[in-house]
Design a protein around this ligand. Structure first.
Ligand code: UT7
Length: 322
């Protein structure tokens, strides 16, 4: 079996916070944020609007675009580092809201790489016949775990959600067959202290805030992404020239520029949303994918590379024939 992406959807909270708004709260400037990160604005969830709300809206939009009812879904995998509650999994809340009563729903935690990890998990369920129709979601309310007095982190993140619907189809063996070609996941826990949240139920009993050594994370991100992109292309006997689109995790415009340079691809082959969404962690890849599918850039049959890197460290890539 292979997993076909048959629908995409996303949701962004209504409230937009610009760099100028943030400059009134911390010692920063629009100029610094744009120059160092490429970010101009971010969406922030309303009071009482939770990750499950964002995730459900994105999942429903993806189901609508696929023309599939929630009751037909037998797997929900939700990537998030900002669940509504410590337990149960936020995915179970989404499951009940989309009207799905059977199958399984659970969360996956790989921070900014979460969507690639969740896609890989769902793809393996579909390949082995354990599920037939999956909704894979990346959803975050990072605004709730930011230290709004720390200018080195609070200017970088935003809230949002994106989702895809996967359907299992038999392999035909035809050249350029549609579907997820492969996924590649990595973790290295030795870099924990470079990007983490200083709280949690078992350590401090608090929720905690994001702490990041930006420069070091940047360095690792550039190297790890180059490695895993090479791995994904090599595993499929492909070269960068075969790619129609790259949908990268949106952490920093300079990381996207570096990836494009390393692949020898022009920037107009990269889907860029970091300027408007900032870093939405696990949501950034499906948000960008949905945008490029909706506006007609990514078409049926296109070869698309998805990649991400985040806290843990975790990093991964996936190749998809849309
Ligand atoms: O999604 C998970 C993966 N995350 C990432 O990939 C993020 C990777 N890192 C980055 O994107 C970049 O490192 C940042 C955007 C976080 C920072 O850019 P940078 O060029 O590495 O800047 P820096 O941290 O070296 O800071 C340069 C200066 C410092 O001042 P001094 O020490 O040179 O005097 C900072 O204190 O900029 C200062 N600074 C700021 N100034 C104005 C730090 N944050 C701000 C700010 N506004 N918001």
């Amino acid at each position: 079996m292979r997993s076909l992406i048959v629908g995409c959807g996303s949701y962004l909270p209504a409230r937009i916070v610009t760099n100028h708004d943030l400059a009134k709260m911390v010692d920063t400037s629009d100029e610094w944020i744009v120059e160092r990160s490429g970010i101009r604005q971010r969406h922030i969830a309303a009071e009482g609007e939770t990750t499950a709300d964002l995730a459900t809206a994105a999942a429903q939009a993806a189901l609508n675009s696929a023309g599939i009812k929630g009751s037909e879904v037998d797997l929900v995998v939700l990537a998030t580092a900002t669940p509504d509650n410590t337990f149960p999994a936020t995915a179970t809340r989404v499951q009940s809201r989309i009207g799905m009563t059977g199958g399984a729903a659970f969360d996956v935690q790989a921070v900014c790489s979460g969507f690639i990890f969740a896609l890989s998990v769902a793809d393996n369920f579909l390949r082995t016949g354990q599920a037939r129709t999956a909704v894979v979601i990346g959803a975050e309310t990072f605004s709730r775990i930011l230290d709004w007095n720390d200018r080195t982190t609070c200017v970088l993140f935003g809230d949002g959600a994106g989702a895809v619907v996967l359907r299992a189809e038999p392999r035909t063996g035809a050249p350029d067959e549609r579907g997820i070609l492969s996924t590649h996941l990595h973790s290295d826990g030795s870099h924990h202290d470079l990007l983490y949240v200083d709280g949690g139920p078992s350590s401090t009993g608090t929720v905690g805030h994001v702490r990041m050594s930006g420069k070091e994370v940047f360095r690792h991100a550039v190297a790890n992404l180059a490695q895993v992109v090479g791995e994904a292309l090599g595993a499929n006997g492909l070269t960068p020239a075969d790619l129609d689109w790259v949908v990268p995790h949106q952490a920093n415009r300079r990381i996207l520029d570096s990836t494009a340079r390393k692949l020898g691809l022009p920037m107009d082959r990269m889907v860029v949303t970091v300027d408007r969404h900032a870093n939405t962690s696990a949501a950034s890849v499906p948000l960008a994918l949905t945008e490029a599918v909706s506006d007609g850039r990514i078409k049926c049959g296109d070869l698309v590379l998805l990649e991400a890197m985040g806290g843990g460290f975790t990093w991964g890539a996936g190749l998809v024939r849309m």
